[in-house]
Ligand binder design. Structure first.
Ligand SMILES: Cc1cc2nc3c(=O)[nH]c(=O)nc-3n(C[C@H](O)[C@H](O)[C@H](O)COP(=O)(O)OP(=O)(O)OC[C@H]3O[C@@H](n4cnc5c(N)ncnc54)[C@H](O)[C@@H]3O)c2cc1C
Length: 404
């Protein structure tokens, strides 16, 4: 098979790669960019361009908290009108700490916004984005795996599992960071294990959640409940490494009883739990995220603790910044992978990335550690947040993804 030359190759068609593919639509149209998206996992069958046509909402779906800032980005991509059909608005964020008095409530009303954020099934987001990709003039290679990547004088050469070879001026690694491609290019990562695992499941709750997202901090790690459509909520329950196995092994009734004891009755009795999934947690950051002909996005660039709900939101801002950089660069006659453009992109991203990583890592360390000296600081932190208006607003604005 021959070699196909493209301007941009996106490795990975997950939430981040697919968002980038959609965001590139105007540039494909205006500048005739040749774009390929390569996704290793076969997609569930989807008939036609209506993503809802054969969508089966599942009790077991994983969902993500999408910030208000991300909603604006999805609006810019023209995808929000579809996405909102399965979204649940977060009207209040309730932050508390086990064994301490005091809770912090952040409300959409006091912030003067319609919602603080939204909770969206990942499968639904994927469907909507993939349906849009299918309508675009790009080369959608799925299922196909990028087996190897090699630098060329201008860009990179990619060998695909289906026998094809691509030469791309700009390669965007959006592969989630587990394929080894980054390492093959000599890009190392900094890994800080949290010594924790997140147990994820969908719950049915006894009382209406009224759009409240709960974050509860406990000595063994934080627990979050996010509102879903109907009387369902998404549970993200952090455990000290190793301890999640005992919780996993419980039958449903015993699991719900243990959760009830840890969380209390704020949403009534927990009635049902779906499939439980466990994710080991670490902070992983790539030491380099841009070079001539290469950009690293999403989990490949940064994998954060999920409790602050920031990973995808941060990644989507990276997607939008990359597209803005490319847009102005192309207008000035640059090629997509030019060093000057990649430097501009990195300069745009650095501060936001640094701030969000520091914010979510700090949140875990401040509330998640069990140390006698920290307990007062934690309580003061919560009460302090309640008292100190500007600080509380900053916290809310960052959670909403509209403060960098
Ligand atoms: C438990 C948990 C809860 C979370 N909750 C939130 C939340 O509430 N809000 C939020 O903002 N973020 C959240 N996150 C983070 C969010 O899930 C990630 O930021 C997001 O999924 C990253 O998407 P991605 O596309 O970069 O990576 P992935 O989702 O891993 O996608 C990578 C894609 O690349 C493909 N691929 C891999 N290797 C190759 C290859 N060699 N060739 C071709 N394709 C390849 C894979 O098949 C995959 O489809 C959470 C994370 C976890 C673990």
């Amino acid at each position: 098979m021959g070699v196909t030359t493209v301007d941009i190759a996106i490795v990975g068609g997950g939430l981040v790669g697919a968002s980038l593919g959609c965001a590139l639509a105007p540039l494909i149209e205006r500048h005739g960019l040749r774009v390929a998206v390569i996704e290793a996992a076969p997609l569930a069958a989807q008939s036609g361009s209506d993503p809802l046509a054969d969508y089966q909402p599942s009790f077991d779906v994983r969902a993500s908290a999408i910030s208000l800032g991300s909603r604006w980005h999805f609006e810019a991509l023209g995808a929000w009108a579809e996405l909102v059909r399965e979204a649940t608005a977060i009207e209040t964020i309730h932050v508390s700490e086990r064994g301490r008095l005091g809770a912090t409530r952040l409300t959409a009303q006091e912030m003067g916004v319609e919602a603080l954020g939204y909770v969206m099934p990942n499968a639904w987001m994927g469907r909507v984005l993939h349906a849009r990709l299918g309508e675009q003039a790009l080369d959608w290679q799925c299922p196909a795996r990028v087996e190897s990547i090699a630098p060329q004088p201008e860009g990179h050469r990619l060998a695909l599992s289906n026998g094809e070879t691509l030469e791309a001026g700009l390669t965007v690694l959006a592969d989630g960071g587990r394929s080894g491609l980054k390492e093959r290019l000599g890009i190392a990562s900094r890994t800080t294990p949290y010594e924790q695992s997140a147990l994820i499941a969908t719950l049915e709750v006894g009382r209406p959640h009224r759009g409240v997202a709960f974050e509860r901090f406990a000595p063994d790690g934080p627990l979050a409940l996010l509102p879903l459509q109907g009387n369902r909520m998404e549970l993200i329950w952090t455990h000290e490494k190793g301890r999640e196995q005992a919780t996993l092994a419980l039958d449903d009734a015993a699991f719900l009883a243990r959760l009830q004891a840890a969380f209390g009755e704020r949403v009534g009795r927990f009635r049902r739990v779906g499939a439980r999934h466990v994710y080991p947690l670490s902070l992983v950051t790539a030491r380099e995220t841009a070079r001539p002909g290469l950009a690293v996005l999403g989990n490949a660039a940064h994998s954060l603790h999920p409790v602050a709900g920031q990973g995808f939101n941060l990644a989507l801002r990276g997607v939008m910044d990359l597209v803005t950089t490319l847009e102005s660069g192309l207008a000035e006659g640059h090629k997509p992978g030019d060093m000057a453009l990649m430097q501009t992109f990195e300069a745009r991203r650095e501060r936001d990335r640094h701030n969000v990583i520091r914010f979510s890592d700090g949140l875990i360390r401040l509330f998640g550690l069990d140390h006698p000296l920290l307990s007062h600081a934690r309580a003061a932190g919560l009460v302090g947040l309640n008292l100190a208006g500007p600080l509380r607003r900053t916290l809310a604005r960052r959670a909403m993804g509209i403060e960098r």
